[in-house]
Every structure is written in structure tokens, then in C-alpha cells.
Design a protein around this ligand. Structure first.
Ligand code: BG6
Ligand code: MG
Length: 215
């Protein structure tokens, strides 16, 4: 058995918060008359909150914002986003995801989260699955965002394993690059399925089981 643990990205892999991120950024962007659409939102996948704001501000015309103003904007976005997150419940977890996680655990694999989000624990609690994970590495314990491998390296460290013993599951190209940069093999879903740096492109979450069984 090549892999001892699976490290999951959260947003876009375990659950789908993209639209809530979009609505929260859109509200902020509209207030400052900055053009922002769903396509712009796709550029923010896997990217930290602060870096996301910088990407959004590339379309801002006029006086640049001060560090203090940006800090307020980040807080404002997160307040809106958290209001949306409060709507989440265990019903937002697909049967495929929960059954696959439980299968992996029953087969002796350890599971961890490797997410850029500082809201990771809040989201996992809303979904009711915090206790399933052996380790959680998230936006609160890193200083560098994906494609830097820090978040996955920390997850491996918390598990007491080497990167080569862990398989990363990602939906974002930045996340796949982070895995590769850290020496991890990866499963890529959605946008990341056919990406050149993805080790195993998969069509659905449960195919993670095929990948670990074949290795
Ligand atoms: C990632 C999302 O999981 O978390 C990004 O894909 C988001 O879109 C990032 O910007 C940071 O999230 P948060 O919850 O800390 O604002
Ligand atoms: Mg993601």
C-alpha cells in the first residue's frame, strides 16, 4: 500500500462553497465599483483571501487602497461569506463524499484536510465531520498560500508521515502545483482533472478508492 493517508482540499473537493465566495466578493466589488464576475471568481480557487483581494483589485481604477482599507475589505468580505456559511448543514455533504471517507477510514487509511481557508474548522463543524479527520492543516497555520506546498507539508507533519506516503486530492491547479512542489502525488478533480501536473485525473470523488487500491 503506497499511500498511508489522503490529504483533502476542502472547497471544491469536500464541499462546494464557490458560490458563497462569489456572492461575498461580488457584494464587496460592487460597493467599490470594481468589475467582478463568475469568471473572475474562478481565478480565486485555492488562493488565499488576501491574495484573492489583490487579484480582484487588478480591475480597480483610481487611487490605490491603503493597507488599512484592504484589511477592512477582507473583514467585510469574510463577514458576508460567514453569513452564507451559516446556511450549511450535514445536508450539504454528498453521500458519495461521506461514504468514500468512511470507506477509506475502514480500510485503515488516515485522512486529513489541507485547505487555504481560515474558515475550515467552521465549515467542517457545519458539515458535522470535523472528528473524522486525523489532522487539519488550514489557512490558520500557514504563511504561504498554494502553490506553495506549506499547507500540505504541515498536514503530512501533523500525520507524522512523509509526502511520498500521502495522496493529495485537489480541484484547483494551484493546489495540484502545491502538491507537486511538496513531493506529493495528487488526484485532480474538475479543473484539475486534465492538468499536466496532476498524477491521477479522476471524474468523481469515489474514484479515489480505485487510485489507492491500484497503488
Ligand atoms: C480556498 C478557496 O479553499 O480558500 C479560495 O478555494 C479562498 O477561493 C481560500 O479564497 C481562503 O478562504 P477563506 O475562507 O480563508 O476566506
Ligand atoms: Mg479547492
Amino acid at each position: 500500500m503506497k499511500y498511508k493517508a489522503i490529504i483533502f482540499d476542502l472547497d471544491g473537493v469536500i464541499c462546494f462553497t464557490d458560490h458563497y465566495h462569489y456572492l461575498a466578493w461580488k457584494k464587496l466589488a460592487d460597493r467599490f465599483n470594481i468589475p467582478f464576475n463568475e469568471e473572475d471568481n474562478n481565478l480565486l480557487r485555492g488562493v488565499s483571501r488576501a491574495e484573492s483581494l489583490e487579484i480582484i483589485l487588478r480591475k480597480h481604477q483610481g487611487e490605490p487602497f491603503s493597507a488599512e482599507q484592504k484589511e477592512k475589505m477582507l473583514e467585510e468580505k469574510n463577514e458576508t461569506y460567514k453569513e452564507y456559511l451559516k446556511q450549511m448543514s450535514p445536508k450539504d455533504l454528498s453521500e458519495e463524499v461521506i461514504f468514500t471517507l468512511l470507506d477509506l477510514l475502514s480500510e485503515g487509511y488516515r485522512i486529513a484536510i489541507g485547505s487555504s481557508s481560515k474558515n475550515t474548522k467552521f465549515i467542517l463543524d457545519r458539515l458535522g465531520i470535523t472528528k473524522l479527520f486525523d489532522a487539519i492543516s488550514d489557512g490558520t497555520n500557514i504563511t504561504r498560500s498554494k502553490p506553495d506546498p506549506e499547507v500540505f507539508l504541515k498536514a503530512a507533519e501533523y500525520l507524522g508521515l512523509e509526502p511520498a506516503e500521502c495522496l493529495v486530492v485537489e480541484d484547483a491547479k494551484a493546489g495540484i502545483d502545491a502538491a507537486k512542489n511538496g513531493g506529493f502525488d495528487s488526484c485532480g478533480l474538475l479543473d484539475a482533472r486534465d492538468y499536466v501536473n496532476t498524477t491521477y485525473g479522476i471524474d468523481s470523488f469515489k474514484q479515489i478508492l480505485d487510485v489507492v487500491h491500484n497503488n
